[in-house]
Design a protein around this ligand. Structure first.
Ligand SMILES: Nc1ncnc2c1ncn2[C@@H]1O[C@H](COP(=O)(O)OP(=O)(O)OP(=O)(O)O)[C@@H](O)[C@H]1O
Ligand SMILES: [Mg+2]
Length: 484
């Protein structure tokens, strides 16, 4: 029998620190990305965006370029590169296309490092001249102030004049910046195309992760920049002249995507995006894969727990997952808490019992609150005041009138969100769910994370705080009146 005492942990909660490649679970999203039709991977915090990027880009898979992490990306210097000749939503397409072209140049130079080709030589010269390296860091590419047009086979031209360099801060040339960027991009892509054909490359993927880092406040300019990146990715992937299938893929938090508006958004959401979604079953597979990697092929959830039902004859697994937002990070955190609790017991052969799970809820609940702080905070700094209003009801379910009354007391003067809007925001992030009564007399709780289609109901008879926050918000069950 597998023994939990031999397990150090269920893994780290962020894919950057986790040994995720030892136990990566291949979900449907993997094949969808590989199909080449996807521009955008959407998922809430902790849903597995970085895990996917690591799966694709680590190891010896040559089709996937080094990931472009936009952590500490110099948004402010990129912000200067407005294409004044383009419409507002396309103002940053030209600069992102250039960044993608330079990354592609770097990728083909690395793939062809043992081959001599004029096109590769041209790209190497360009990269070395500007960045001293054929593999410049993404964040360094557009923050240099100046790019020298050097080495490329077809010299970029604007209005018939050859371009010697692009100086980003040059006020007098601001009006033609878009044209200059486009023309440099086209020259780079020309050499990239030739190199791709000669090296026999048929497909290249480029992954952009961690866009949300540094996007604490998605103001209007940042929105335009994000839209620009997605449109630039689409243009490059559609480009017929490139002769290879180029697949730039942007990984983005769902809450940020929901904030952005532009004309083709719906089209892209419907036909070129994948949403990272998990359920009880796939999360169980994720945990089983981890247990097998660490405790041997025989290990699985069912043989590291004692099989006894929790209160309400719920299995331990359902008890845990109903306290998560069905995201891997939540499950891993809960199990790590439970493992620590279990290890305090003296049993040599250790498996989970109900008390381990009960005693980990407190610590888990604090984690969930903090994870939600990271997620909701950028949109609404004072959201805790709304949670405090829920706490004042004392029961996990409440009516709107109670919330309105309590929120008036907890809302501080700097909090711009009124009570109606506050409830809706809590629903949007699945902090609360709505009660839905059916015509047959039954009722159920509908949370956005597990029932995204039912939508916000401002007139629900009752609302319920998510089970995972019960301990943090110091709430009690309302057993007798509880809807099933
Ligand atoms: N397919 C998978 N197989 C195994 N583990 C996974 C998988 N997807 C996610 N995980 C694990 O779940 C946790 C959270 O995933 P990850 O860090 O990738 O989330 P994220 O969406 O990038 O979150 P954030 O928005 O905070 O960056 C990590 O421990 C990661 O290793
Ligand atoms: Mg991540």
């Amino acid at each position: 029998m597998p023994n939990l005492r031999e397990l150090d942990s269920f893994g780290e909660v962020a894919a950057e620190d986790d040994d995720v490649l030892d136990y990566f679970l291949k979900t449907g999203a993997v094949d969808q990305v590989l199909s080449g039709k996807i521009l955008l991977v959407l998922g809430r915090k902790g849903s597995g965006k970085t895990a996917l990027v690591r799966h694709f880009t680590e190891g010896d898979n040559k089709d996937h370029g080094k990931p472009l992490s936009l952590r500490s990306y110099p948004w402010t210097s990129h912000q200067q590169l407005v294409d004044q000749g383009a419409s507002p939503s396309e103002a940053y397409v030209a600069s992102w296309r250039l960044l993608i072209a330079i990354r592609l140049a770097s990728m083909v130079c690395q793939l062809g490092s043992n081959t001599y080709l004029d096109s590769l030589k041209a790209l190497q010269t360009f990269l070395k001249k500007n960045f001293n390296s054929i593999d410049p860091e993404s964040r360094a590419i557009l923050s240099r102030g100046r790019l020298d047009v050097n080495g490329l086979t077809v010299a970029p031209q604007v209005a018939g004049f050859a371009l010697g360099s692009i100086i980003f801060g040059d006020e007098s040339r601001k009006k033609v910046l878009g044209l200059e960027l486009d023309s440099l991009t086209n020259s780079i892509l020309n050499d990239v195309t030739t190199a791709i054909a000669e090296l026999g490359i048929s497909r290249l993927y480029l992954h952009f992760d961690e866009l949300d880092q540094g996007l604490d406040q998605v103001d209007e300019t940042k929105q335009k920049m994000l839209v620009g990146l997605i449109l630039a990715a689409r243009e490059i992937s559609r480009s017929k002249s490139l002769r290879a299938n180029i697949c730039p893929i942007v990984y983005l938090r769902t809450d940020i995507w929901e904030q952005i508006e532009f004309s083709d958004k719906n089209k892209i959401t419907q036909s070129a995006s994948v949403n990272l979604q998990w359920d009880e079953q796939s999360l169980l597979q994720l945990v089983n894969t981890r247990l097998q990697a660490r405790l041997g092929d025989e290990a699985s959830w069912s043989n590291v727990e004692d099989g006894k039902k929790m209160r309400g004859s719920q299995s331990k697994w359902s008890h845990i997952t109903s306290r998560t937002l069905l995201r891997p990070r939540d499950v891993i955190q809960f199990l790590n808490e439970a493992l620590q609790v279990a290890k305090i017991r003296p049993d040599q052969n250790l498996s989970f019992c109900n008390d381990d799970i009960n005693e980990s809820r407190e610590g888990y609940s604090t984690y969930l609150k903090h994870e939600l702080d990271d997620e909701i905070g950028p949109h609404w700094k004072e959201w805790t005041e709304a949670l405090q209003a829920c706490s004042r009801t004392e029961t996990i379910t409440f009516q709107k009138a109670d919330f309105m009354k309590n929120y008036r007391r907890t809302k501080g003067p700097d909090n711009p969100v009124n009570a109606e809007k506050a409830l809706e925001m809590l629903y949007r992030f699945s902090v609360i769910g709505c009660e839905q009564r059916s015509s047959k007399g039954g009722s159920k709780w509908s949370f956005r994370y597990n029932d995204p289609n039912s939508g916000w109901d401002a007139f629900s008879p009752r609302y319920k705080v998510h089970q995972g926050l019960k301990e943090f918000a110091k709430l009690k069950e309302e057993r007798a009146a509880e809807a099933k």
